[in-house]
Design a protein around this ligand. Structure first.
Ligand code: FUB
Length: 308
């Protein structure tokens, strides 16, 4: 009987080592994943949740970078960017995304502005996806006073950047309203007007743009607590047609922030949950990854969140 129990315990321990791989990073809290595929590797960029014990608020001072060749083993690259690397920023390393253009890597980030009340969007640049990164302009790309129809101070957050087939770059972002603007070829200046996306029901925040075949996809955090919903379009500038829920509430966490990529013939959905936190979870989040599947007509199947 003792032997039988021992075998059971050993089997359970072995299984958990082999299969319990969500969340993917377990030695620190990681939030707001953004993923980049480059030269046979996936780079994961995430905010570092550092909320002190017994407190319940967002404390993020830096972003982290990890890479993997197989989506199972992740290597951390030492702290490549902090909110304070932007001289004009006060704090708050909120959601971000990295994109490559002509051999340079541009990291679009959300921070709090020192002088202009509210959140702002900045951009850092590096010659390598692993950094080191430095502020690319010395000033914010978008500040809270540029969009005055939403009366909260955190409506200019969560940038996602996409380069279309004709090489025109676009940045989407927002909380409560989803905005977009063109970027100049240098990737560090905006071009033209700020637009507001129509037709995204209950848009909260966290837009992510990706393209597959002829379809553009705009996924976003929906309601609060957040699910992930998405819309599709035949053009990056819309109109967008709402397609429904892509991911349910992320476990014990109020926010739900996704990134979507294809890598080595498979599609992946990155998100965060409060998975490994023992003390409140909305402020101690952990990045998870699950497979993403498409239907034949291009819509996306609802994500099955797993612990594997
Ligand atoms: O991590 C801070 C904020 O929480 C992000 O900018 C939002 O997307 C939400 O996840």
């Amino acid at each position: 009987k003792i032997m039988f129990r021992l075998i059971l315990v050993l089997t359970a321990a072995y299984s958990s080592v082999l299969f319990a791989d969500n969340p993917i990073i377990t030695d620190k809290y990681t939030a707001d994943p953004a993923a980049l595929v480059h030269e046979g590797k996936v780079y994961l960029y995430a905010g570092h949740d550092e909320c002190p014990p017994r407190q319940h608020r967002y404390v993020l001072n830096e972003w982290l970078c990890f890479s993997s060749e197989d989506m199972v083993n992740w290597k951390e690259h030492p702290v490549p960017l902090k909110a304070k690397d932007f001289d004009w920023a006060r704090a708050d390393a909120w959601a971000s995304e990295v994109i490559e253009r002509d051999g340079k890597f541009y990291w679009y980030v959300t921070v709090s502005h020192k002088k202009i009340h509210g959140k702002a969007i900045g951009v850092a640049v590096s010659d390598s996806p692993e950094g080191p990164f430095e502020d690319a302009r010395g000033s914010a790309l978008i500040t809270n006073d540029m969009t005055t129809d939403v009366k909260i101070s955190w409506d200019d957050i969560d940038p996602t950047v996409f380069i279309d087939d004709d090489d025109q770059a676009y940045m989407y972002w927002g909380n409560q309203k989803c905005r977009w603007i063109k970027l100049k070829d240098n990737m560090i200046e905006t071009e033209g007007e700020i637009h507001t996306v129509e037709g995204l029901p209950e848009f909260t925040e966290a837009p992510w743009i990706h393209k597959r075949g002829d379809w553009y996809y705009l996924s976003y955090a929906y309601q609060f607590p957040e699910k992930t919903a998405y819309a599709m379009s035949k053009s990056i500038e819309g109109p967008w047609e709402y397609k429904g829920i892509l991911n349910e509430l992320a476990g014990n966490c109020n926010t739900n922030h996704q990134a979507i990529i294809s890598f080595k013939g498979k599609d992946y959905f990155f998100y965060h949950t409060g998975g490994i936190s023992t003390e409140g979870s909305s402020f101690r989040r952990s990045v998870c990854i699950d497979y993403l599947y498409y239907n034949p007509e291009g819509t996306m199947k609802r994500v099955q969140m797993t612990t594997e």
